[in-house]
Design a protein around this ligand. Structure first.
Ligand code: TXA
Ligand code: MG
Length: 343
């Protein structure tokens, strides 16, 4: 059964469930996470099973503060301290050497662990009430669109998209804590601090420049072509970020503003520039500003997937007058769109 709860009772119930090795989906400022006791290998195995996630793709461990982060990290470096002090709580995940208390399954049997202190009050309250770190991959079946509302989480695990062979678990046992729509709507920046130079493995709304300022030195950035196609080196270090991802079930493509008028009735449009579909089909509008576009993007893709139609066209976001401050959001949106689109 899936239950949605809110308020302090849901937090208490969530903490009780975590102690029993059960799953609790929780809101963060980025997307909803699928939580379980990070130090309980059986509980973590349930997360992999429900998501249909390959065992080779490690999970992020969520903590409420630096003290708890230090419990799951083997060697807490100066860089870790600087990044955590300046960027937490917030949408930045740090990859560091793992401590022996973290079960191998969390880290895909590797020697590093990804840690993040989220900013959402419900997430912090849940981890604090539980008193121990929790894993939190995005609360969606592997490969699909990340959830930004509690309803997306429920839908993801209870409805079988018509053109997939995704198995629905009839015995599902999940509490979803309702914290409203996620504010930023795009997953955290993942930064590897284990190498000689810090390296961004997954882009996010906190850009490389901000991370480099926090650390006091330069940061490398995995290139899109690296992370899309190369099977080598760094890719193996952030395996969840390789190739297709974040995909609606309908064929989805990116289009220029000028192409929208060619849409047929069966084409569902996601657009920031028009307010009526040229052929009276489905239309979902997104804000013109990139912050609003990024925050609403996943919700619009979830909605478009439910509308009548045989394909989805997403209008390339407005990229005029983007300030330096908003540049990382634009880059993140474009990177996610690149993975979401397929034939
Ligand atoms: O914003 C977020 O990060 C959300 C919220 C719920 O916190 N979580 C999230 O988790 O996006 P997930 O599992 O969907 O994505 C985690 C990414 C994957 O690409 C995974 O491969 C990478 O982080 N990752 C996890 N542990 C890692 C490690 N030890 N080394 C390198 N990459 C790692
Ligand atoms: Mg994910």
């Amino acid at each position: 059964m899936i239950e949605i709860g809110s308020g302090p009772e849901a937090i208490d119930l969530g903490a009780e469930r975590l102690k029993l090795g059960k799953l609790v989906a929780f809101p963060t400022e980025t997307v909803y996470g699928l939580g379980a006791d990070a130090l309980n290998a059986d509980a973590v195995a349930r997360v992999f099973e429900l998501k249909g996630r390959p065992a080779s793709n490690p999970l992020i461990v969520h903590v409420p503060d630096i003290d708890m982060a230090q419990r799951v990290v083997g060697e807490w470096s100066h860089d870790a301290q600087r990044a955590a002090e300046k960027l937490w709580p917030g949408p930045v995940t740090l990859v560091l050497p793992k401590s022996s208390c973290v079960p191998g399954i969390v880290c895909a049997q590797g020697d590093t662990v990804a840690v993040r202190c989220p900013e959402h009050p419900c997430a912090l309250a849940l981890i604090e009430a539980f008193g121990s770190p929790i894993v939190g991959p995005s609360a969606n079946p592997s490969g699909r669109i990340s959830p930004t509302t509690p309803e997306h989480v429920v839908d993801g695990f209870t409805t079988r998209p018509h053109n997939t062979d995704l198995e629905i678990d009839p015995e599902i046992d999940l509490l979803v804590i309702d914290g409203g729509h996620c504010r930023s709507g795009l997953e955290s920046t993942v930064v590897d601090l284990t190498g000689e130079r810090a390296k961004v493995l997954r882009v996010g709304v906190v850009g490389a420049e901000t991370i480099s300022q926090a650390l006091g030195h330069d940061v490398d950035c995995i290139t899109q072509s690296d992370s899309k196609s190369s099977p080598e080196s760094d890719i193996a270090r952030s395996p969840g970020h390789v190739g297709a991802h974040y995909q609606p079930t309908k064929p989805t493509r990116l289009v220029q503003s000028g192409q929208l008028k060619q849409a047929k009735k069966q084409t569902v449009l996601i657009s920031w520039s028009i307010d009526t579909h040229p052929d009276a089909g489905g239309l979902i509008q997104l804000p013109r500003d990139i912050e609003g576009f990024g925050a609403g993007l996943y919700r619009s893709m979830h909605e478009a997937d439910k509308l009548i139609g045989d394909s989805i066209w997403i209008e390339i976001p407005n990229h005029e007058d983007i300030s330096a401050e908003h540049r990382p959001i634009y880059e993140t949106v474009m990177e996610r769109l690149g993975r979401a689109t397929h034939a």
